[in-house]
Design a protein around this ligand. Sequence first.
Ligand SMILES: *[C@@H]1O[C@H](CO)[C@@H](O)[C@H](O)[C@H]1NC(C)=O
Ligand SMILES: *[C@@H]1O[C@H](CO)[C@@H](O)[C@H](O)[C@H]1NC(C)=O
Ligand SMILES: *[C@@H]1O[C@H](CO)[C@@H](O)[C@H](O)[C@H]1NC(C)=O
Ligand SMILES: [Zn+2]
Ligand SMILES: [Zn+2]
Length: 434
Amino acid sequence: MMKVSLARLGSAVRCQSLQQWWLTMTATTVAETDWRLVRARDGLGLVTFLAIVVGWICNWFGSSGFVMGWRKWALWCNRLGLVGGETNLAAWLLGIQTIKIQPYHLPPLGPHDVKVRIKALGICGSDVHHFKTMRCANFIVKKPMVLGHECAGIIEEVGSQVKSLQVGDRVALEPGISCQRCSLCRDGRYNLCREMKFSGSPPNNGSLANKVVHPANLCFKLPDNVSLEEGAMCEPLSVGIHACRRAEIGPDTNVLIIGAGPIGLVTLLAARAFGAPRIVIVDVDDCRLSMAKELGADEIVQVSTNIKDVGEEVVKIQNAMGSRIDVSFDCVGFNKTMSTALSATGVGGKVCLIGLARTELTVPLTSAAVREIDVVGIFRYRNTWPLCIELLSTGKIDVKPLITHRFQFSQKGIEDAFQTSAGGGNAIKVMFNL
Ligand SMILES: *[C@@H]1O[C@H](CO)[C@@H](O)[C@H](O)[C@H]1NC(C)=O
Ligand SMILES: *[C@@H]1O[C@H](CO)[C@@H](O)[C@H](O)[C@H]1NC(C)=O
Ligand SMILES: *[C@@H]1O[C@H](CO)[C@@H](O)[C@H](O)[C@H]1NC(C)=O
Ligand SMILES: [Zn+2]
Ligand SMILES: [Zn+2]
């Protein structure tokens, strides 16, 4: 108790419940403490704050009775709703493999924003990259950042101009906020906007928090028969949907998917929903392959990590398909996976690069060019949430089997969850229930 910083004590003023108070007190704040949390809201808050300061000083000199006194005072003021308000807690990435639950001061609610109480959030591959290395592709985490972007929750407050949503609505959140002014945005290709502010991608704070403020037009109402967890799965599913749209998947396209991780599996579900008659999926991990089989892949092929095996594996894959491969999705992005995709795809087909494991690839591009293979790039997604929600609500896609692990939003919960997700193997989607 004696080592607790003044800032931490101050932040307790605004706590709603004893549990949150305890979480706040035990969080390692100090430098990251937002001093705005300490600001007393009204007269009583100021008195409470002063009581805390005096209590802290008494505590320093070993008098505990007064400390108990201010605790009770603070608790009763909170119970009666006289002081404080909300302490919003979030999972902050502070350094390599270091995540801490700490208070998060929300930005003000703009007229077109809503405040959402987050109820379900899935860990993404990019979150794991940030956790392990403080970076993902060209994005580098330079200061503490709230993680997470695959989420759904319940509307708690709406901005003055919001007409489409009401308090209590269950919504799935699209995490990318584009400028809506540039030519790409006006063209509808807003995912390519240069000004994109994407939740949980540096420097933008993410959504692994009790509450977030988000533009209302990026919150999509969920029907009663779509759960909040399924709502959170709209984000990874959107990648599969966007890839299938870009590759023009339909009843005439046989599909090869390389990689049976979360993105490979949502691509499988999306390709099936788009009508692909035959889908072959390959991976190095037999656990993930059996999952793909359960989710409806027609054939699975286990491959090695050795680039020398590409030739014979391509023959195996083509035999497994039994007819022409029209579209291949590389959900990994290694020299080997992209070489396999380019070589296995039939004349005049398409190869779609979704996985971005490497920034540069060495691949047999010339031989693909003379077979008129189109290489299609994918960056996130656009306009996918309404379709995702429709596919989930009509039962054309079932994402529930992809959720393999669930954790609570606590310090131990987040540490275990990130370790589980980073471990790969049988962990496909790791979900938080908040
Ligand atoms: C993330 O939150 C912290 C603390 O509230 C704030 O200092 C920082 O500016 C936020 N990041 C962005 C990009 O808004
Ligand atoms: C890809 O292939 C090139 C050329 O053989 C090689 O230099 C590079 O290291 C390879 N990349 C990976 C990640 O294996
Ligand atoms: C879910 O509800 C929608 C209407 O909101 C309905 O069209 C759909 O058939 C329902 N899905 C299932 C699986 O019951
Ligand atoms: Zn994601
Ligand atoms: Zn734009």
